[in-house]
Design a protein around this ligand. Structure first.
Ligand code: GLU
Length: 276
């Protein structure tokens, strides 16, 4: 009897170890991708050219192409990806909780974020800039923001930079998404919107007769793919995938197709340098 129950316990334990979800959120991204043949990827749905959900439900843009390329290298095809909208301030919690397997969302690599998550990359390097109405020649860069109303999104390096460096000069409004900032700019409720230049360039393509990017970048933003903290295997695999996307020509092809139309000057490919 005792032998039988021990055997039963053993069978249950083996079953528990091998069944069901196909790996926990604590497993490497590589194992989760191969066990489940599926990935949940956190991105944004409102950044034209970078990551946007179209009216017919497709997701398109450079970040989306990067995410699909990486997923494919991990054995996961586009129809096996679930796209989840991850607002800026939710990026770290969504990765840590396992709500998403990775984040590809104009996500700047920073020392503070690296306390909480790991990054692969960078896969793109850009900088923070200002979006203004065409009829505001007095805004020429961050030094000219004295007394101006600025809009950004909480949980971004852009909002942090304004608070850190220009808090006394600037009145900052924050909305959860950039399109709300762009609406406020068009309505004259704020004088400028600030975030990374290619994101702003995407909004100019929607209103070229009303808006422009100042074109004086004042930070360096290195976009990384956010992974669970300490996932070395996942980091190595994603770094390899990014390098392959660059050398294969797919990287520049996607940039030309998605960002090219905005007129944003495309940078050279970055060196992929992230390690633990
Ligand atoms: N790249 C910056 C960040 O990670 C700003 C752009 C964004 O909203 O993602 O915070």
């Amino acid at each position: 009897m005792r032998v039988k129950s021990l055997t039963t316990l053993g069978v249950v334990l083996v079953l528990l170890a091998s069944c069901g979800s196909g790996g926990s959120a604590l497993d490497s991204l590589v194992k989760r991708a191969s066990d489940r043949n599926h990935l949940t990827i956190g991105t944004r749905f409102d950044q034209p050219g970078l990551s946007e959900r179209t009216l017919d439900g497709r997701v398109v843009g450079f970040d989306i192409d990067v995410a699909k390329y990486v997923a494919n290298e991990l054995g996961v095809s586009p129809d096996e990806i679930t796209w989840r909208e991850t607002e800026p301030k939710s990026r770290e919690p969504d990765i840590s909780s396992g709500a998403v397997d990775m984040v590809v969302a104009t996500y700047s690599i920073t020392p503070a974020r690296k306390q909480v998550v790991s990054f692969a990359g960078p896969y793109f390097v850009t900088g923070q800039d200002l979006l203004i109405r065409l009829n505001t020649p007095d805004i020429t860069g961050p030094e000219s923001l004295n007394g101006k109303k600025l809009c950004s999104v909480p949980g971004t390096t852009s909002a942090d930079e304004v608070k850190r460096r220009y808090a006394r000069a600037v009145e900052l409004s924050e909305y959860p998404r950039y399109p709300a900032c762009v609406t406020a700019l068009l309505a004259g409720q704020v004088d400028a919107v600030t975030t990374d230049a290619p994101i702003l360039a995407g909004y100019v393509t929607q209103n070229p007769e009303l808006l422009k990017v100042v074109g004086q970048s004042f930070t360096v933003e290195k976009y990384g793919i956010g992974l669970r903290k300490g996932d070395v295997e996942g980091q190595n695999a994603v770094n390899a995938a990014i390098r392959k996307m660059i050398t294969s020509g797919e990287w520049i092809k996607s940039l030309n197709a998605n960002i090219g139309p905005s007129g944003y000057k495309l940078p050279a490919p970055p060196e992929v340098t992230e390690t633990q």
